[in-house]
Design a protein around this ligand. Structure first.
Ligand code: FAD
Ligand code: NAP
Ligand code: SF4
Length: 674
């Protein structure tokens, strides 16, 4: 028995095969599935197999063209294609790992004109109206699932996952919201769930008994008119009887307006729904969503909420998650902060997924931190994300690295990000880097403002001095009521009851989020309040698990402003921006655009609107969040003295659209080649 995580490292016996532990790497679409990337996929999965995960699930492969998520998405429809997957499966098996392939039919979520669905009802998140399947068409989709599963077995996978949740095709058959058929595939619930049951039953018959079939079942749809609890249980029992090995939990359809995986979602907040289902069936159940550290996973298992834990993004962030936990090195885990910035946001922008905290994710074949035989003395100035990433990679490769920061702690701006409610996962990133500094032997000097004279005798110098706030030059901005985001977030300046925030970028939104709370403490994050704020209820009480939202109103009167016209927060994350906008709106924060700033005085901020009419917004405090510019003074002096051995990364290099993703990536890539 494992001394710290006895449940997590208990093997799971499936009868015909045994999983080493209870950690499932959940399916993630990385973009590598959509082409001839088998070598890269093999490298990606092999690292995770070596890292000790119990079972991995690939990104979704369509069983036919209609099922593509987008044009030319990955699909498995021929033995020729199956042979290519052997590159992946053989490599994983050589590492002692196990891998299942997800079969995903997009249904009406397909981003192409060949979409099909039970009924001709367009989804709110895609532009294409699906074609309604004929009865023959339904049969063809079932056969496509079965053929795909057989090919997956031929390709050497240990099993498949049938994607039955998140609002994709199978899910669409289950609810009247998307299934208005009157034939044997629609109408009463027995008819509506027949599609799912037929797929599982015929697949089991075709693949034999010694092949894992995971069925991902939507246990809480989080849409009005979603499934009720009786239907969920009835389906799960049917799926068990039809021959599934394991049921995985799906939380929320993609069109749901309730966040399910973003960083502001409390850890493990949905596992109670899996527990409800676990009581009803006898095959193992997997739970998921916002479980990102071994202690959280262990607790969920110890509480009897599930038999296995699905962690998808946490395995993107750290391929060695399992082995580190197993070897009592959890403090070395590079924790997924649930930002979506480099994974899901990339997918939705048709870019290859990677990870903000681990730029090697999905780049395993080209970004490698190889030990150096040519040790250099390297100075890194600035211990923000760019400098932390560069210094720790350099030292891990064998260089002698001195890391300097003027501040009393590492992290740079992440120390402001971490105090924003819902962003406390950044504490984990800082813990990870503190540990990496120790392990890699970086020589850290805090409280050290570096001057050009400090930097003599180095082979290379890396300047990662970050940014300074942009001066918006508004007349009267020296008024004592004017604060910067640094005063508020870092120096905890007292803030009055009426506030105007100048600038509605990521920081303006974060400052507003910070100010709608009083007495917020990261440890006091209360899952029950979060569920009630977003209107999540027990699906046994409310169909789909949705009731009306109960957001607490902001104790302050806050107005968020920008000069440009159009929606505020338009440049926030693709998959998370709506959450920030929605939170502030529900809290009562006013958002105004299309203004020009005229003057700040004791009475507040005077602006003129697009019709040139002046207006005063009264405010106890005006908080400036007007963007940032590079802090490059040190670099400019040094480069004149030292020339090409001085490198510039992170915000000091380019402040526009800078984020921690770019800073960490730039630091790591420079460190990999020096
Ligand atoms: P910085 O983080 O600015 O670090 C620069 C460091 O250099 C500082 O520690 C400074 O003390 C040090 N320094 C400067 N000059 C000297 C000198 N002469 N000698 C010694 N040390 C020096 N990004 C995201 O990706 N996701 C988010 O959710 C997110 N949220 C944010 C929320 C807030 C409130 C803020 C303020 C920022 C947020 N960011 C976020 C942006 C992100 O923090 C920055 O993009 C990132 O920190 C930039 O990294 P950097 O290493 O270039 O610079
Ligand atoms: P930003 O996103 O560029 O926003 C700057 C804001 O200031 C804009 O609303 C802009 O709007 C306004 N502005 C620009 N110049 C101005 C001027 N001269 N006078 C008055 N207003 C001006 O920058 P930020 O909010 O400072 O964030 C810094 C970086 O951190 C960004 O790159 C961001 O991506 C990153 N960040 C990311 C997150 C995240 O969650 N991913 C969170 C926080 C920060 P107008 O020009 O229309 O007035
Ligand atoms: Fe997690 Fe963010 Fe990395 Fe995605 S990009 S895996 S959410 S840390």
């Amino acid at each position: 028995m494992h001394p710290i995580y006895p449940k997590l490292f208990e093997p799971l016996d499936l009868g015909f095969t045994k999983l080493d532990n209870r950690i499932l790497m959940g399916s993630m679409h990385t973009g590598l599935e959509d082409g001839n990337n088998h070598e890269r996929l093999a490298a990606y999965f092999c690292e995770r197999a070596r890292g000790g995960v119990g079972l991995m699930v690939t990104g979704g492969y369509a069983p036919n063209i209609a099922g593509w998520v987008k044009p030319f998405a990955g699909m498995l429809v021929s033995s020729r294609a199956a042979k290519k997957h052997k590159t992946v499966t053989d490599a994983v098996h050589q590492e002692g790992g196990k891998i299942a392939m997800q079969i995903l039919h997009a249904g009406r979520y397909a981003y192409h004109p060949l979409a099909v669905a039970p009924s001709k009802i367009k989804s709110p998140i895609t532009p294409f109206k699906p074609r309604e399947l004929s009865a023959r068409g339904v049969e063809k989709q079932i056969s496509a699932f079965v053929r795909c599963a057989v090919l997956a077995r031929e390709a050497g996978y240990d099993g498949i996952e049938i994607m039955g949740s998140e609002g994709y095709l199978i899910n669409e058959f289950l609810v009247e919201h998307t299934n208005q058929r009157t034939d044997e595939w629609g109408g009463n619930y027995l008819n509506r769930m027949r599609f799912a049951l037929e797929i599982v039953q015929r697949t089991r018959e075709a693949v034999g008994n010694d092949f894992i079939i995971i069925y991902r079942l939507s246990i809480i749809d989080l849409i009005p008119n979603g499934s009720n609890w009786d239907e969920v249980v009835q389906l799960a029992k049917g799926i068990e009887k039809a021959g599934a090995t394991i049921i995985n939990s799906g939380i929320g359809w993609h069109e749901a307006r309730i966040p399910t995986i973003a960083t502001s979602v409390p850890r493990a907040v949905f596992t109670w729904v899996t527990q409800k289902l676990k009581q009803e069936i006898s095959i193992p159940v997997i739970t998921s969503n916002r479980i990102n550290m071994p202690d959280v996973a262990e607790q969920v298992l110890a509480d009897g909420h599930a038999d296995m834990i699905s962690m998808a993004r946490p395995l993107l962030a750290d391929p060695e998650f399992a082995i580190k936990a197993k070897n009592n090195r959890s403090d070395e885990i590079n924790t997924c902060i649930a930002c979506n910035q480099a994974c899901l946001d990339h997918t939705f922008n048709s870019k290859l997924s990677t990870c903000l905290v681990n730029p090697r994710a999905c780049h395993e074949t080209e970004l490698n931190y190889v030990a150096t035989y040519h040790k250099k003395r390297i100075a890194v100035v600035g211990a923000g994300p760019a400098g932390l990433s560069a210094s720790t990679v350099l030292a891990s490769r064998g260089h002698m690295v001195d890391l300097y920061d003027a501040a009393a702690e590492i992290g740079g701006q992440l120390n402001m990000a971490k105090v924003v409610p819902g962003k406390e996962e950044f504490y984990e990133t800082l813990r990870y880097y503190r540990k990496q500094i120790e392990l890699s032997g970086v020589n850290l000097s805090l409280n050290t403002l570096v001057e050009p004279s400090t930097l003599s005798g180095y082979d290379e110098v890396i300047i990662a001095t970050g940014v300074v706030p942009r001066n918006p030059k508004i007349p009267g901005q020296d008024n004592p009521g004017v604060l910067s985001y640094i005063d508020v977030l870092r120096h905890k300046a007292p803030v009055g009851e009426s506030v105007v925030i100048v600038g509605a970028g990521g920081i303006g939104f974060d400052v507003a989020e910070y100010l709608i709370h009083t007495d917020y403490s990261p440890d006091a994050q209360d899952p029950a309040s979060w569920l009630s704020a977003w209107g999540v209820a027990d699906p046994e009480v409310a169909r789909g698990g949705v009731v009306s939202m109960q957001f607490p109103k902001s104790p302050r009167k806050i107005t968020l402003m920008q000069r440009s016209e159009g929606k505020l927060g338009a440049k926030l994350g693709k998959t998370t921006g709506w959450i920030h906008r929605s939170t502030l709106k529900h809290a009562g924060v006013a958002m105004v655009g299309g203004l020009s700033y005229k003057e700040i005085s004791d009475s507040g901020l005077k602006v003129s609107n697009k019709d040139d009419v002046d207006e005063i917004f009264p405010a106890d405090n005006v908080i400036l969040c007007a963007g940032q510019v590079p802090n490059r003074e040190l670099y400019d002096t040094l480069v004149a003295q030292l020339g090409s051995n001085v490198h510039l990364i992170g915000g000091a290099h380019e402040a526009a659209e800078l984020d921690a993703k770019r800073a960490i990536n730039q630091g790591a890539r420079l460190a990999a080649r020096l």
